[in-house]
Ligand binder design. Structure first.
Ligand SMILES: C[S@@+](CC[C@H](N)C(=O)[O-])C[C@H]1O[C@@H](n2cnc3c(N)ncnc32)[C@H](O)[C@@H]1O
Length: 323
């Protein structure tokens, strides 16, 4: 594998803001879309631009006649990323979900695509309700024009729906208890802020579980508000269809639901014939369309985890389209 430039250099960090995760590994994997693994060519997609840390590095490796499409649902993220990238005719920013990739790229035209899931440090530090350590209104929308907010979910969804959200997206074992307590509280007073929600969680679970539970509930609400799993599943298909033969897709996920889905997606693409073993000749005609570039999920180095604790849960998987 060709070693890329040292992307731990300070210009890739948004001065105390979001630091791009597993940058060197991502660049090395995406460079495999180029036969000599020296530079990126053609159309490159950053599906989750955020603060633009990965985009900046992609630009550094992109040939002068290449183009970089920068997607994000959050217009504030795109504004920040554009500022950091400066005037560059190769860059197009698109305020949209990467799940809508097909509207912007014809099939088999993209050389490399990156999805770095979840939220950025800048969003976490904003007043938009993503962080449970800040007292802000319970919003959590990536796209401020979205119709669902965290307060909307907390105040209006049924107990059963809340329980399922906390259980599925937060893997929180005490989900039923928390959902019930929310329903009791909201009948007295609307739950509008992160501190109100935290007070309810504190009442619902033993103190020793409080911090972990709060983190899980906030994660679950964010995933539900932004319908992240649905976007991811549609986005994987869209990104795969957009890739040219030899193109590479990289996904960094931060929790097991998304990592499992990516793992399953790649396994499905790698698999050829699905005929039962007792049939002597293939009748399904299915051929492998992917080659795994990561045998199992790659993890950040110990050094990166120390320097950027938010990278600790990252898992990186990549595949090349071969047919
Ligand atoms: C972890 S951050 C990306 C950080 C970025 N790679 C960097 O180095 O600065 C994830 C970003 O993805 C965006 N996002 C989440 N879901 C999205 C989707 N379905 N389509 C486009 N952007 C999305 C979030 O708004 C956030 O800015």
């Amino acid at each position: 594998m060709q070693k890329s430039a040292d992307t731990s250099a300070p210009e890739h960090n948004a001065g105390g803001g979001h630091q791009p995760v597993m940058l060197d590994q991502v660049i090395d994997l995406l460079l495999q879309s180029h036969p000599e693994q020296k530079s990126l060519t053609g159309t490159i997609v950053d599906g989750t631009t955020g603060a633009g840390g990965h985009s900046l590095a992609l630009l550094k490796h992109l040939e002068p006649n290449g183009s970089l499409l920068c997607f994000d649902r959050d217009p504030a993220a795109l504004t920040m990323a554009s500022r950091r990238m400066g005037e560059d005719s190769r860059v197009t920013t698109i305020q949209s979900s990467y799940a809508d990739l097909a509207r912007h790229c014809a099939p088999e035209t993209v050389s490399a695509a990156l999805l770095d899931l979840g939220l950025s440090t800048d969003q976490l530090n904003s007043e938009r309700g993503f962080a449970f350590r800040r007292d802000t209104p319970l919003d959590m929308r990536f796209d401020p024009a979205g119709s669902v907010t965290a307060a909307g979910i907390v105040n209006h969804y049924t107990i059963e729906k809340l329980r399922d959200i906390f259980f599925q997206y937060g893997e929180e074992p005490l989900s039923p208890r928390i959902a019930r307590r929310i329903a009791e509280k909201r009948s007295e007073e609307k739950i509008e802020t992160s501190s109100q929600l935290l007070a309810v969680i504190r009442e619902a679970v033993p103190e020793r579980f409080y911090t972990k539970t709060a983190a899980r509930i906030f994660q679950a609400l964010r995933i539900a508000v932004n319908d992240e799993i649905e976007h991811f599943e549609n986005g994987l298909i869209a990104a795969w269809e957009a890739l040219r033969i030899g193109g590479v897709l990289c996904v960094i996920s931060y929790h097991s639901i998304e990592d499992r889905r990516m793992k399953r997606f790649v396994a499905e693409m790698v698999k050829g014939c699905t005929c039962p073993p007792q049939i002597p000749i293939c009748v399904c005609g299915k051929v492998p369309t992917a080659r795994k570039l990561t045998k199992s999920a790659l993890r950040p180095t110990g050094k990166e985890m120390r320097l950027n604790p938010r990278s600790r849960s990252a898992r990186l998987r990549a595949a090349m389209k071969i047919a």
